[in-house]
Design a protein around this ligand. Structure first.
Ligand SMILES: Nc1ncnc2c1ncn2[C@@H]1O[C@H](COP(=O)(O)OP(=O)(O)OP(=O)(O)O)[C@@H](O)[C@H]1O
Length: 290
């Protein structure tokens, strides 16, 4: 049986309180999601619903109070520092704000060299890989010598994507990676994410509050409301015929959809959906509408 790349099972996250004025609050309640190899699960919900916290818990940055996170068959819910260092090769992140996520004093080359050096890559190899990464994200080779401030928001986000790709991860948590960009740049960066996935087979947990963005990029969608997943299933279905009243409200408020995807992408989505269905049938846990 094919096991999912990531399985989050009844996850609970409670941040510790700070005395009477700020009591401990359960931010995630019994959250369960799965991501297959090469798949994009879009995570949508309003501000404060817990999307970032779920991404952070997967990355080991938020306290897991109940449930489990299984990555490639391994329980990583309480992974220590050295395990996290090892996991960094397979599990990466792209944050929302390309203006703060890149060190302004470092050249693009040093930014991209960091993960490669940490993984022990020899200098020549690292240089070649940096050239390859810049090419992959559509930046010129001479970008390596420049500083982040010399680039636009969209270009900086390309650098952040290149950094996440450096060690060929299998899953990238993308936390609102296009919300700081203008609409036409958003579309180009979203297409870059899709193109990279088609080329490398990387999977994404793609967090956004914008249903149109989620619809454009995802194979499947999970909808989060007040720390719970209220609906999940095939992206096309959830974003056109939602079952939960909250998703219906989101859809009413959503702007016009992005242009229709190419046939190739549809075929790929179909293949992944079938794979997922098969997987769930075999495990006897067929989630709604998948
Ligand atoms: N470190 C923390 N300590 C205590 N509470 C926190 C912490 N981080 C987040 N929260 C709370 O957890 C809840 C969920 O926040 P989270 O950032 O995960 O939501 P979100 O859906 O990603 O929202 P946004 O789209 O605004 O980023 C919020 O009520 C927030 O105040």
């Amino acid at each position: 049986m094919t096991q999912p790349l990531l399985g989050v099972e009844r996850l609970g996250v409670t941040y510790p309180g700070r005395g009477f004025r700020r009591p401990a609050s359960a931010v995630l309640k019994e959250v369960s999601i799965e991501i297959a190899h090469g798949e994009t699960l879009g995570l949508v919900g309003e501000s404060g619903s817990g999307k970032t916290t779920l991404g952070r818990a997967i990355l080991g940055l938020a306290p897991v109070t109940s449930g489990r996170i299984i990555f490639d068959g391994e329980d990583i819910s309480h992974a220590g520092r050295s395990e996290r260092r090892r996991l960094a090769k397979d599990l990466q992140v792209v944050f929302q704000d390309p203006y703060t996520s890149l060190n302004p004093a470092m050249t693009i080359e040093s930014i991209l060299a960091e993960p490669l050096q940490a993984a022990g890559a020899p200098t020549q190899e690292a240089r070649a890989r940096i050239r390859e990464l810049l090419d992959q994200v559509g930046l010129p080779a001479d970008a390596a010598r420049r500083l982040p401030r010399e680039f636009s928001g969209g270009q900086r986000q390309r650098v952040a994507i290149a950094r996440a790709l450096a060690l060929s991860p299998r899953l990238i948590v993308c936390d609102e990676p296009v919300s700081a960009l203008d609409l036409s740049t958003q579309a180009r960066v979203l297409d870059l994410f899709i193109e990279i996935q088609e080329r490398t087979g990387v999977a994404y947990l793609f967090v956004s509050h914008d249903l149109a963005v989620i619809r454009h990029i995802s194979h499947r969608v999970a909808v989060m409301y007040r720390g719970e997943i209220v609906e999940q299933g095939d992206a096309e279905l959830v974003t056109s015929e939602p079952e939960h009243p909250y998703t219906q409200r989101l859809l009413l408020a959503a702007p016009v959809a992005h242009p229709v995807r190419q046939e190739k992408r549809r075929a790929e989505r179909f293949r992944l959906r079938e794979l997922h269905r098969e997987q769930n049938l075999q495990s006897g846990a067929l989630p709604a509408r998948v």
